[in-house]
Design a protein around this ligand. Structure first.
Ligand code: NAD
Ligand code: DAU
Length: 360
């Protein structure tokens, strides 16, 4: 069985990836996660007692720790999910984003280079470093612009996307300069179980169930492309197995939606699935609030390369994916309570009280 070092595997996408790997029995997982506010061991609860899942709390920027892990577990691949991931937090305070996404990725790459250099030629050829990135590095599209493809020039607009762009460039350079067998994926907006409710979809689901207002930034016409998290994780596995070294793959759901339409769709599903909730009909909770500074207008992903070359296709439609997601939040009140810690309450208060004062 292969061994993967997964970084950020207690967060949203990383934990879904780890759970899918362990359910399939496809790889031993060493999971390195700092457990920031976004990391949650409850995400990995079903793996308690699994000897093939080894959790290590720590920072990807801790060179000694990363070196020890690489030497001890000798992974066949590193899959780097670890990051600060929320755009609004990067606007509020960019430093952690530079520290983890840029400096942390650099230190991780340096230790991987050291480890990889000591492998045999065969092991070197088989090793993979998969860097999980975002479509936000390509900037913002107008309504008629073609979707982002792998050749679209980088034009990041937020401290978050700029930090991810920087990390992508480092990964690319480590392939080009040192020959490290790297792969980069740039994916659109994910949703699904275990997503921290600072992000639009879980925030709307949980607020709506409690009869709280559903904050829509600006005019609500910003467009995102939505992909169910398990579809993303399947794509990552396929890229890991069959992706061409040094290449980038765009991953998306071919599912563009304006935020307002998306939130209305969630409200309609909630009206049907939770008719007894105090906010019913839930669309009455929709509230327009002050816009995000520098808010990218539209993202759209052309994922024809991964479809054509690697045969990947998403399985879920937006409706089936949203139903599964809503059901998961309804079925996991313990998880919901655990994330609504003091830190979360403070964040929501700071973000949305300030926005409310300047409601449009
Ligand atoms: P997340 O915020 O839910 O999880 C990030 C995880 O990384 C957390 O468990 C956190 O504890 C951990 N972490 C943070 N700093 C760390 C450090 N210095 N060392 C070790 N661990 C650290 O993020 P997510 O939504 O699961 O995103 C995962 C990756 O996928 C990120 O790189 C993100 O940029 C990328 N991505 C996310 C989306 C999306 O829609 N969520 C879409 C495309 C790409
Ligand atoms: O495109 C991929 C990116 O998607 C990932 O790289 C990021 O890690 C991830 O956070 C996500 O970024 P977004 O900024 O697109 O996601 P978010 O859920 O924060 O917002 C989605 C859209 O909804 C965006 O246009 C802002 C808007 N929004 C968001 C919040 C939290 C609102 O209108 N109201 C809100 O309260």
């Amino acid at each position: 069985m292969k061994t993967y070092l997964v970084t950020g595997g207690a967060g949203f996408i990383g934990s879904n990836f780890v759970l899918m790997q362990r359910q399939a029995g496809s790889a031993r997982i060493v999971n390195l996660d700092l457990l920031t506010y976004a990391g949650n061991l409850l995400n990995l609860k079903s793996l308690e007692g699994d000897p093939e899942h080894i959790f290590v709390r720590g920072d990807i920027g801790d060179r000694k720790l990363v070196r020890d892990i690489l030497e001890k577990y000798r992974p066949d691949a590193v899959i780097n999910f670890a990051a600060e991931s929320h755009v609004d937090r990067s606007i509020d305070g960019p430093e952690d984003f530079i520290q983890t996404n840029v400096v942390g990725t650099f230190h991780l790459l340096e230790e991987v280079r050291r480890y990889w250099s000591g492998l045999s030629d065969t092991q070197k050829g088989n090793f993979r470093f998969l860097h999980v990135s975002t479509d936000e590095v390509y900037g913002s599209l107008g309504p008629e612009d073609p979707a982002f493809c792998e050749e679209t020039p980088y034009a990041p607009n937020s401290p978050y996307s700029a930090s991810k762009a920087a990390s992508d460039h480092l990964v690319r350079a480590y392939h080009h300069t040192y020959g490290i067998p790297t792969l980069i994926t740039n994916c659109s907006n994910n949703y699904g179980p275990r997503q921290f409710p600072e992000k639009l979809i879980p925030l709307v689901i949980l607020n709506a169930i409690e009869g709280k207002r559903l904050p829509i930034y600006g005019d609500g016409l910003n467009v995102r492309d939505w992909l169910y998290v398990e579809d993303h994780c399947e794509a990552l596995q396929i890229v890991l197995e069959r992706g061409k070294l040094g290449e980038t793959y765009n991953i998306g759901g071919r599912c563009e939606k304006a935020n307002l339409d998306l939130v209305k769709t969630i409200c309609t599903l909630l009206d049907e699935m939770v008719p007894e909730s105090p906010g019913c009909p839930h669309s009455t909770l929709i509230t327009f609030v002050k816009d995000r500074p520098g808010h990218d207008r539209r993202y759209a992903i052309d994922c024809s390369k991964v479809e054509r070359e690697l045969g990947w296709r998403p399985r879920e439609s937006l409706e089936t994916g949203l139903r599964k997601t809503i059901q998961w939040y309804l079925d996991n009140p313990e998880w919901v309570e655990s994330v609504k810690s003091g830190e979360y309450r403070e964040w929501i208060a700071r973000q949305y009280e300030e926005r409310e004062e300047r409601m449009v």
